[in-house]
Design a protein. Structure first.
Length: 309
C-alpha cells in the first residue's frame, strides 16, 4: 500500500492513514504505531526508513537503483558481480596475498619422452626444463598431458614422492599445487610415474643464493651448485665444469677467496667460451676474483667475471 503524504508539511503536522496517526518531525513522517506490512506485496516508503538501531533480517534479494551507503560491509562478497573499479571509492581493506600463485604452467606430453611446459618463464613450449622455485611461494602445474602421465614431485630420479606442501601430487589430470616450504631441500625433481624419461629438475632457492664454502685442491661442479656460489679457499685449486650435469639456464658463481690463482677447467666433452673474446678452454681466476658460468645449451657454457683471464 502506497501512502501519499502531504507536500510541504510544517513541524508537528499530523496525517491519518487508516487510523494510524503520522507526525511530521521536520525531517520525516513518524508514527509510534506498528503497522503490519507483510501482507502488502509492494509496500512503498514516503520518506526515509529509520531502523532505530535495529536491523533488517531475512532471506531474499535487495534490488536497488542508486547508491547504497554504509560505514562497513560484511561477508565474503562471493556473489558480487559486475563491479567497476571506478565505483569503488574510499579505503579498501588490505588483500592477503600470502597464498597468491607465483607461477603456473600447463603440462603437455611429447609422446612418452618428455613433459612439455608452457607458461611463465617460457617464450615457447619447452621439454623437461629445469625449474627455479622460491621458498615460501606458491606454484601450480596444470596437467593437461592426456591423462596417462601422472606428474609427481620427487626427492630424486625414481625416488620417493616429496609431499610437503604439495596438493594432488602424482595426479594425471587437474592442478598440482606446490607451496614451497622454507625447509625444502635445494634440489627436487618432477617425474611421470608411468614413464621415467619424462623427468626434470626443480631448483629451490631463497632471496639470497646459497654459498658452498669449499677448500680443496680440486672440485668438480655438481647440479646442487646451480643457482649458487662456490667459495673456494684453496690457492691453486682446480674447478672442473663437467659434462651431462647442467641444463640450459643453469648458472654457477665462483669466488676465489684464496691468495693465489685458481683454474676453471673445461671438462671433457664440454665447451667453455670466454665471454670477453669467444675463445674456448681453461680459465684462470685470480685471488679475490669472481666468475659466473652460464650453461647455454647441452654441455655448452660461457664464463665471464672480474680477475678472469
Amino acid at each position: 500500500m502506497a501512502i501519499n503524504f502531504p507536500a510541504n508539511p510544517s513541524i508537528n503536522d499530523t496525517f491519518i492513514v487508516s487510523g494510524t496517526i503520522f507526525t511530521w518531525t521536520g525531517v520525516k513522517w513518524k508514527s509510534t504505531a506498528v503497522t503490519e506490512i507483510s501482507s502488502d506485496t509492494s509496500p512503498e516508503l514516503g520518506g526515509e526508513l529509520d531502523l532505530n538501531n535495529t536491523g533488517i533480517t531475512g532471506t531474499g534479494n535487495i534490488n536497488v537503483t542508486g547508491i547504497i551507503t554504509s560505514t562497513s560491509f560484511s561477508g565474503n562478497g562471493a556473489n558480487l558481480t559486475s563491479l567497476s573499479s571506478a565505483q569503488l571509492t574510499g579505503a579498501l581493506p588490505a588483500i592477503d596475498g600470502s597464498n597468491a600463485v607465483s607461477g603456473r604452467w600447463v603440462l603437455g606430453a611429447n609422446g612418452t619422452s618428455d613433459y612439455t611446459f608452457t607458461g611463465i618463464g617460457f617464450t615457447e613450449t619447452t621439454n623437461d626444463p629445469t625449474l627455479y622455485l622460491r621458498r615460501g611461494k606458491v606454484y601450480e602445474f596444470v596437467n593437461d598431458s592426456g591423462g596417462s602421465h601422472p606428474f609427481e614431485i620427487r626427492v630424486s630420479n625414481g625416488g620417493a614422492a616429496y609431499n610437503n606442501g604439495v596438493t594432488n601430487n602424482g595426479s594425471a589430470t587437474g592442478t598440482i599445487k606446490f607451496e614451497v616450504p622454507y625447509n625444502a631441500p635445494d634440489t627436487l625433481f618432477y617425474q611421470c610415474t608411468n614413464h621415467s624419461g619424462m623427468f626434470g629438475t626443480i631448483k629451490i632457492f631463497d632471496r639470497s643464493i646459497p654459498v658452498n664454502a669449499h677448500s680443496a685442491a680440486s672440485y668438480t661442479l655438481t647440479l646442487s651448485d646451480a643457482g649458487g656460489c662456490v667459495r673456494e679457499a684453496t690457492s691453486g685449486a682446480n674447478i672442473t665444469v663437467p659434462a651431462d650435469v647442467f641444463s640450459a639456464g643453469d648458472a654457477i658463481t665462483i669466488f676465489n677467496i684464496s691468495s693465489g690463482n685458481n683454474t676453471i677447467t673445461q671438462g671433457s666433452s664440454t665447451t667453455l667460451y670466454n665471454a670477453a673474446d669467444g675463445t674456448t678452454g681453461n680459465r684462470t681466476l685470480a685471488a679475490k676474483g669472481v666468475a659466473t658460468i652460464l650453461c647455454t645449451a647441452s654441455n655448452e657454457f660461457v664464463v665471464s667475471g672480474a680477475q678472469l683471464t
